[in-house]
Design a protein around this ligand. Structure first.
Ligand code: 4AD
Ligand code: MG
Length: 465
């Protein structure tokens, strides 16, 4: 379909026909000039590049340009001509300008360039209009598309798993409760506890921390599925890598062993990075120049190197022998911190690492138990600058072993019976993993804070926009 009423700036800059009359609509980035001519840089979000509007002040009165200041939204008509100077190939010789919406010079917060990312977080409603967030949001879109494309091309079905759930069994983190009960005066059962039988769903419910458990039900019928949806964790972790609301991609595959799972994770993530390099180069170049001079090089290198595959036990040995002073001391059995993960990836191997066979006590109940009785068939993919980007495992398919682990952990089976049923009826070896979408975007954009790769971040004490 043709864009109604205008041509997008991306299309004009990448192959607009010189001499043709065109209409563009967008937001003014800058206006400069002298008494004879005004130059307006216009951006419409279709590309990081602006188109230059050249206004001959003999033909268009300065009055008509009054409200045309930084931030204003305008419609401009004119002929597309070869550019006289500058870096762009074409510009527009304007014959008519219409002001859609002015932006007061005194109060428009993006009047000047060069705001800090911290300041821009306080104006998250306007920051999409900056070059940085335009670039990040276009890349975010491209990555979402590439994810669906990858799975569709490989025969995976997109499964929509629920956002409201009664099971709190994943153990991935604290959950946000969902309730319509009167929080000031909830109904009480005879024992004095809140009576969730009277709540909307007739039981205690929360926002999901992961779609995996339902994803497994899908894989046990459709073979290969993936989820891609919002997940919620009420941990008070104020770090540059944690959000309370983030998006996760969770493929789940019948008949995959842990090696197949690792192969898929590596191929998947490489293909996403390659897609970004192929499709988002203008935006990547901008981010590379502005924020992270090694970004593009790092992306290219990930596409062309084999990821290291290493046992957790070996990883711990390397860390212990490193002589490095860590904030959290290392010994077998600990949950690795991002400082440990990044040491392995950035200092020791200098490439992505897939760590496997973690101690069972630091991993979820559903992971396949190894013969040694101590470790499980978990796999975390560790990335430069990020640490853990993917967490996954082969799943325990044996009913007895799964049941024994559930008993050992004294888990509440009343909300899990349906999950255990998969092992009762037609169980199969299977595996899956979860990729944090914003962690992927941190890597692909080179941004340093996860709050800057999601349009409206949700973090402790922050849900304004
Ligand atoms: O390692 P996690 O907790 O694994 C699961 O939830 C499994 N159910 C996945 C599966 O096997 N299907 O989370 C998976 C990924 C992490 O590796 C990380 O990239 C991301 O989700 N993640 C977060 N991203 C942003 N903010 C948070 N608070 C995150 N917690 C996890
Ligand atoms: Mg994890």
């Amino acid at each position: 379909m043709k864009t109604p009423g205008r041509t997008k700036i991306a299309a004009l800059l990448s192959g607009g026909e010189v001499g043709k009359d065109v209409v563009v609509k967008g937001w003014v980035r800058t206006k400069r000039g002298n008494k004879n001519v005004a130059f307006i840089a216009l951006n419409d979000g279709s590309t990081i590049n602006n188109i230059q509007l050249v206004v001959d002040l003999q033909k268009i009165s300065e009055d008509a340009l009054k409200g045309v200041t930084t931030g204003a939204c305008i419609c401009a008509k004119g002929a597309l001509v070869a550019s006289q100077g500058g870096s762009q190939s074409v510009e527009i010789q304007v014959v008519n300008i219409e002001l859609y919406g002015a932006a007061d010079v005194e109060t428009y917060p993006l009047q000047k360039k060069g705001h800090t990312l911290e300041f821009l977080r306080e104006i998250a409603h306007l920051r999409p209009r900056t070059n940085t967030f335009g670039a990040v949001l276009r890349i975010r879109h491209a990555m979402a598309f590439a994810i669906h494309k990858y799975f569709n091309d490989n025969g995976f079905a997109y499964l929509h798993t629920p956002i409201v759930t009664a099971s709190d069994a994943e153990g991935a983190g604290a959950m946000f409760q969902v309730t319509t009960l009167d929080v000031k005066n909830p109904p009480r059962a005879e024992n004095g506890e809140v009576d969730y039988a009277q709540d909307f769903f007739g039981k205690h419910t929360s926002l999901t921390v992961s779609g995996q458990l339902e994803g497994e039900l899908g894989a046990m019928a459709l073979g290969e599925i993936y989820t891609f949806g919002p997940t919620f964790r009420a941990e008070n972790s104020n770090t540059p890598r944690h959000l309370a609301e983030f998006w996760m991609i969770e493929p789940e595959m019948a008949f995959y062993e842990i090696e197949d799972n690792m192969n898929l994770a590596e191929d998947f993530i490489k293909s996403l990075v390659k897609y970004a390099l192929d499709s988002c180069m203008d935006d990547l170049k901008f981010l590379n120049d502005m924020y992270d001079k090694e970004l593009i090089e790092r992306l290219q290198s990930v596409c062309s190197t084999d990821f290291v595959r290493l046992d957790y036990t070996e990883g711990v040995k390397i860390l212990e022998a490193s002589g490095q002073k860590f904030e959290f001391p290392v010994k077998w059995g600990i949950d690795l911190q991002s400082e440990h993960e990044r040491y392995l990836v950035e200092k020791h191997f200098k490439k992505p690492v897939i760590l496997t066979n973690y101690p069972k006590d630091i991993k979820a109940f559903y992971m396949k138990q190894n013969e040694d009785g101590k470790t499980v068939r978990a796999m975390d993919v560790l990335f430069p600058k990020i640490g853990e980007i993917i967490g996954g495992s082969q799943r325990e398919e044996s009913l007895e072993k799964l049941q024994a682990r559930i008993d050992e952990l004294k888990m509440d089976v009343s909300t899990l019976w349906w999950y255990i049923d998969t092992r009762r009826f037609g169980s199969a070896p299977h595996s899956g993993f979860g990729l944090g979408f914003e962690r992927l975007l941190l890597f692909v954009t080179g941004m340093a804070n996860i709050r800057d790769v999601i349009p409206f971040p949700r973090t402790p004490k922050s849900a304004e926009f």
